[in-house]
Design a protein around this ligand. Structure first.
Ligand code: ATP
Ligand code: MN
Length: 470
């Protein structure tokens, strides 16, 4: 059995005097002329590394200790001693330093500044840097806060399928799942590929959202959430899009759009405050690195009421802003990141919940509002997007259309076939109820909390167009 060891986090919080065993990876080595060395060792249990003091009297001092380099793994036995240095209360005075695994000078993570682009090429080793260690712990804290929030409120965690036969948005951009032979796929009499011979005897895809399946459980068990991997084959090379990302999707029966917006606001505030509470050192380091105003911004957001605005009001504000937009604004256009960021960063300086978008730019399942007269015959749907500074849209949600005839009408109007949505329409045939939900992008949330500018640096192994390394 591996020797019982303390974590660096525990050791740093302990009083001097205790005898402990530690294991971790060497970050730096500093040999002093006076016949001793300082080794900083990190084990990922917290942001800080511990300083290990090794004296020349150790039997392997010359053969091992002074030859340690960044990346070596070590096991250290010793006694905690009051640290004379600044910053840390204790250091470890080693009685034994055992080399577990050598890392030579080709170890890519040397103690110096590396660019994010370089670190992406060594994504398997980048968690050994301060930045990626901190991001990983924050990501974990965000996930724990997600579950904590819903579990405390009686939401049931439901697992929706990853391989799916339904296309949530009704609009392509999905990855196909198939075992057919690419070189010579079976073809029917019409010359088209015969998917009845495919693995599932039908076309199947990776899910773009668990919502439709989530709705079925909400319409039986009331409050549910899904939280899982989500795939979009869209060619978006932006700092806010991944081809594979994680989405949190709550769905609530007996709810309308205002309830949905209330939930979204409480949810985001909960995530921010729990993460700040759990990872103060990581957030402090990341804000120093990325955006010094970050902790204040997050605290401000936790305390302030989000702005709620209709799409129509937002368009008026954008038109009156005096800005020149890359994408011009008029009622009916889809808002772009530049518009979203203006509203949340410049105009209101806090999160903004935009509600009631034009039906024609939103998905078929969103509930139709009765407001055609207000927009020259165009109607809006009960949609809701939450916009935050630096990111833009972080949550997209809606009240769902619960009226069978209206929903069938919209499916047809979008050139889709109601027959393809039989099970989904059944929810409206059998005991339909008003219900609503939303999707929160996990990685955009981690970006928001960490100030990391590129979404590829907040997921361990980013998948984006033309890149799926590791
Ligand atoms: P956008 O307009 O920014 O591309 P969307 O409107 O397509 O996003 P939704 O379908 O509303 O996104 O998904 C809900 C949430 O999932 C978004 O608010 C966002 O936080 C996240 N999300 C969507 N697409 C991606 C993606 N490609 N990469 C990372 N997160 C995403
Ligand atoms: Mn959206």
């Amino acid at each position: 059995m591996f020797p019982k060891r303390s974590l660096v986090r525990e050791a740093l919080a302990s009083p001097p005097g205790g005898k402990i065993v530690l294991a971790g990876w060497v970050r730096t080595l500093r040999c002093s002329k006076g016949g001793f060395s300082f080794i900083t060792v990190n084990d990922g249990s917290c942001f800080e590394s511990i300083q290990v003091m090794a004296e020349a009297s150790l039997s392997n001092y010359e053969s091992v200790v002074v030859r340690l380099t960044a990346g070596c793994s070590v096991l250290v036995r010793g006694e905690l001693a009051a640290s004379p240095g600044k910053g840390q209360a204790v250091e470890l005075k080693a009685s034994e330093v055992e080399l577990l695994g050598r890392a030579d000078e080709t170890f890519p993570i040397q103690p110096k500044k590396h660019t994010m682009e370089f670190l992406r090429t060594v994504a398997h080793l980048r968690p050994r840097t301060n930045t990626f260690g901190a991001v990983a712990r924050v990501r974990n804290a965000v996930c724990a806060a997600v579950h904590g929030f819903f579990q405390e409120r009686g939401f049931l965690y439901v697992h929706t399928p990853i391989v799916t036969g339904s296309d949530c948005e009704g609009a392509g951009q999905m990855f196909r799942v198939s075992t057919l032979d690419f070189e010579k796929p079976p073809r029917g009499a019409d010359g088209k590929i015969d998917y009845s011979q495919d693995f599932f005897s039908r076309p199947t895809f990776l899910t773009v959202s668990g919502q439709l399946e989530g709705e079925t459980y909400a319409c039986a068990l009331d409050k549910i959430y899904t939280f899982g991997p989500t795939f979009r084959a869209e060619n978006s090379n932006t700092p806010r899009h991944l081809s594979e990302f994680w989405m949190v999707e709550p769905e609530m029966a007996f709810c309308d759009l205002d309830d949905d917006a209330d939930l979204a606001e409480a949810f985001l505030k909960h995530i921010l405050s729990k993460t700040l509470e759990r990872c103060p050192k990581d957030v402090a380091f990341l804000s120093e690195r990325n955006d010094k105003t970050l902790p204040d911004t997050l605290k401000h957001i936790i305390q302030s009421d989000f702005v709620r605005l209709s799409y129509t009001e937002a368009v008026e504000i954008l038109k009156a802003s005096g800005k020149t937009w890359e994408f011009p604004v008029s009622w009916g256009v889809d808002l772009q990141t530049e518009h979203e960021r203006y509203l949340t960063e410049e105009k209101f300086k806090k999160p903004v919940i935009l509600m009631n978008y034009p039906a024609k730019i939103k998905a078929f399942y969103m509930r139709m509002n009765d407001d055609a007269a207000d927009h020259g015959g165009e109607r809006t749907v009960a949609a809701m997007d939450v916009l935050v500074p630096k990111i833009g849209e972080i949550i997209g949600g809606s009240q769902r259309e619960e009226r069978l005839d209206v929903l069938e009408g919209r499916i047809r109007a979008m050139n889709m076939k109601p027959e393809d949505y039989g099970w989904y329409l059944d929810l409206r045939r059998f005991g339909t109820v008003p219900h609503a939900g939303f999707g929160l992008g996990l990685e955009r949330t981690v970006q928001f909390v960490t100030g990391m500018s590129n979404i590829r640096d907040v997921i361990p192994y980013p998948r984006v167009p033309r890149s799926a390394e590791f």
